[in-house]
Design a binder for this molecule. Structure first.
Ligand SMILES: Nc1nc2c(ncn2[C@@H]2O[C@H](COP(=O)(O)OP(=O)(O)OP(=O)(O)O)[C@@H](O)[C@H]2O)c(=O)[nH]1
Ligand SMILES: [Mg+2]
Length: 311
């Protein structure tokens, strides 16, 4: 273990205990806020990889994405959460449940609010919580690159502004978070950036493509399921079923001469190859899973946690 005692400290037994083998710090940090505020973009900036999907359309994130960052003696376990909203149908209430579950399990909450929208309302009211969350809440203004100096001043002298675009404010954010984390051994390898299986990212990147390529309500009715994953074949072989809610949507996913499905597959393949560092063959098929966003069994099968039982 390297001696991490700062050179300027005077010698002494208490100092020895405290500095020679410092206890590492680690904890779970929730990135929370309403849809589209830049939670996923910030997660990607924090881990230095395009892990979480990003879209100008709201509600792109449906299930939490975990990103790791280890800096010296501190390991941050970030959770990019689905945007908090008032659910209108079952998938949205499962998304909200997933977000609330992780909020309750986190050591710190980063409450993200876009700087261009002005001063953030209180987190509890925005999140529709009955009381303040257990973990400390750090309010952070996103999209700092979009606001001129005068608008920054209006946010107050202590406001913390970050930009996923330029990286502004990230070191300050990490420093303010580090003091909120408990001491403890690292849960993950310091080299790792994520914890979720590749299958999860296959679906996510296909959904990201859907947000880019498809219009109107269609990306919201879209999801995918991995049927087969041969990681040791070359190229890596992945067979997926692209799922829509109605028969009439199948043709729109396939597109003229298969143009749309090719564009979706190719976007996801490029992202997966970047993540895996090897060539991928993505075999895409389309199926209807009727009304899956409003069907409890389909949602459970697709990985959405069940609502908390009424107590
Ligand atoms: N200029 C600028 N745009 C940003 C920044 N962060 C995010 N955006 C854009 O804001 C939009 C939403 O970003 P996301 O990261 O997908 O937002 P989110 O909060 O994860 O959204 P949901 O998953 O839908 O809740 C995208 O078009 C991003 O490119 C930023 O720092 N600067
Ligand atoms: Mg997101």
């Amino acid at each position: 273990m390297p001696d991490r005692r700062p050179a300027t400290l005077p010698p002494g037994p208490a100092d020895e205990r405290r500095y020679v083998s410092p206890m590492p710090k680690t904890g779970h940090v929730a990135l929370a806020g309403v849809p589209n505020v830049g939670k996923s973009s910030l997660l990607n900036r924090l881990v230095g990889e395009h892990l979480a999907i990003v879209s100008p359309k709201p509600q792109a994130t449906r299930l939490p994405v975990v990103g790791l960052r280890t800096e010296g003696d501190t390991q941050f376990v970030f959770h990019d959460l689905p945007g908090l909203l008032e659910p209108r149908y079952m998938m949205q209430s499962r998304m909200r449940q997933a977000a609330l579950d992780q909020l309750a399990r986190s050591h710190a909450i980063v409450y993200l609010h876009p700087a261009p929208a002005g001063v953030a309302p209180p987190f509890e009211s925005l999140a529709g919580l009955e009381g303040p969350p257990r973990a400390p809440v750090l309010t952070v203004y996103t999209k700092a690159d979009l606001v001129p100096a005068a608008a920054r001043a209006a946010l107050g002298p202590d406001a913390l502004l970050v930009s996923a675009e330029t990286g502004e404010g990230i070191p300050t954010l990490l420093a303010r978070l580090a003091v909120l984390l408990p001491e403890g051994e690292f849960e993950f390898d310091p080299e790792d950036i994520g914890t979720q299986p590749l299958r999860f990212f296959v679906v996510e990147y296909l959904r990201e493509a859907a947000f880019e390529v498809l219009e109107d309500e269609l990306p919201y009715a879209f999801t995918a399921e991995v049927e087969e994953f041969r990681e040791h074949s070359s190229p890596v072989y992945i067979r997926v079923t692209l799922l829509v809610e109605r028969e009439s949507q199948k043709g729109m996913i396939i597109g003229q001469g298969g143009r749309t499905i090719k564009a979706i597959g190719s976007h996801a393949r490029t992202r997966l190859e970047a993540l895996l560092g090897k060539p991928v063959y993505l075999d895409c098929w389309v199926k209807v899973l009727p009304n899956w966003r409003r069907n409890a069994a389909s949602l459970s099968r697709l990985g959405f946690p069940e609502d908390a039982p009424a107590s």
